[in-house]
Design a protein around this ligand. Structure first.
Ligand code: QUE
Length: 339
């Protein structure tokens, strides 16, 4: 506890903009409930305020935009059997994601550093979304046996080809330019130009972003796009693994090896969620995600085990139930969606 507790979200009016600075740099600006409530308060205060023409969102500390949600606390609440506490966290977080999508004014994210999970949810549903050469975007949830939430079950199936499925299942990290190619960001601006861009945005016209944008280098995953679509376009994780193993390339073998480390249940849940999301509205996706948190967080051992392995003990040796994709019962996955 620090005596001079700084707010973890610094919300200000600057010129014609509302500015939001996520300010928990030691936790890579991971979202806790106080931050989520600060976001909701800003949305409520600025939505109908004509003096606020746009919002600028940034992360403090130079390393991260936002690393995700406070999943360590979610795990503690789950271990304590606090279903209400867990429910409140996700309900409030997803309400913020919905509020950003329906804000009605530009919500400019300046992504200069790590942006994963919850950070994607704060940026992807509105725009323009700006990335620098220092940005690193990912949906890493299958490593902790969660699933792509914060409305990304709506976004991911709408990315080109099977890119969204690949991102969700492997947790692939995209650098700034790749994130634009994938459709998770709109503009690539060098980090050194951000202060000038920020100053220009305070005048209230989000279209200035285009003047700072630089041409994109080719996507680093471009050579693998055809194989990605061939393999990750399948309708079961078993088929995806079989397709990857049949490719016979180094890239495909790497992807299969990555999938083999993730929670098998989470892979199956995530794939089903993305496939269902393709035919749903954002609201329906957020509602489905919220229902799924109740099952995944409280009624399955993998989430606790995944957070333990990745964030608590950091041993990188999760023990999954069941341990392999081959042992996952498809009927059990369907049952998780029925609640
Ligand atoms: C998967 C995740 C998360 C993750 C790592 C994963 C996640 C998350 C964090 C995280 C990182 C740094 C922190 C923190 C949390 O890491 O959701 O508090 O300081 O929030 O492999 O889903």
């Amino acid at each position: 506890m620090s005596e001079t507790a700084e707010p973890t979200v610094i919300a200000r009016r600057e010129g014609a903009a509302g500015t939001l600075l996520m300010n928990r740099p030691k936790a890579l600006n991971a979202l806790d409930q106080a931050m989520i409530r600060a976001f909701q308060a800003a949305l409520d205060a600025w939505r109908d305020d004509p003096a606020v023409r746009l919002v600028v969102l940034e992360g403090a500390g130079g390393r991260a935009f936002c690393a995700g949600g406070d999943v360590r606390r979610i795990r503690d609440l789950a271990l304590a059997g606090d279903t209400e506490g867990v429910e409140a966290f996700f309900r409030e977080e997803y309400a913020v994601n919905r509020g950003i999508a329906t804000f009605g004014k530009p919500w400019v994210s300046l992504i200069d550093g790590v942006c994963m999970g919850g950070g994607i949810g704060l940026s992807v549903h509105n725009g323009p979304r700006v990335v620098t050469e220092n940005a690193l975007l990912a949906m890493p949830e299958t490593a902790i046996a969660l699933f792509p939430d914060v409305g990304t079950s709506y976004v991911l199936p709408r990315l080109p080809g099977a890119v969204g499925t690949w991102l969700a299942l492997t947790g692939a990290r995209l650098k700034g330019a790749d994130a634009v190619h994938a459709g998770l960001a709109d503009h690539y601006v060098p980090r050194e130009r951000l202060p000038a861009l920020r100053a220009a945005l305070l005048e209230g016209d989000a279209a200035v972003v285009a003047r700072f944008a630089e041409p994109l280098p080719e996507a680093s995953f471009a050579p693998h796009r055809a194989a990605m679509d061939r393999c990750f376009g399948r309708d079961s994780v078993r088929e995806i693994l079989a397709a990857l193993e049949a490719e016979g390339t180094e890239w495909a073998a790497e992807q299969a090896a990555i999938l083999r480390r993730m929670s098998p249940t989470s892979l199956c849940v995530s794939l089903e969620l993305i496939r269902r999301g393709a035919g749903s509205t954002l609201d329906e996706c957020l509602e489905r995600e919220l229902r799924l948190t109740r099952v995944v967080v409280h009624r399955h051992p993998d989430f606790r085990e995944g957070v333990r392995s990745v964030l608590v003990d950091k041993d990188g040796k999760p023990s999954w139930t069941p341990p392999t994709v081959e042992e996952v019962d498809p009927a059990a996955i369907r049952a998780m969606f029925e609640g």
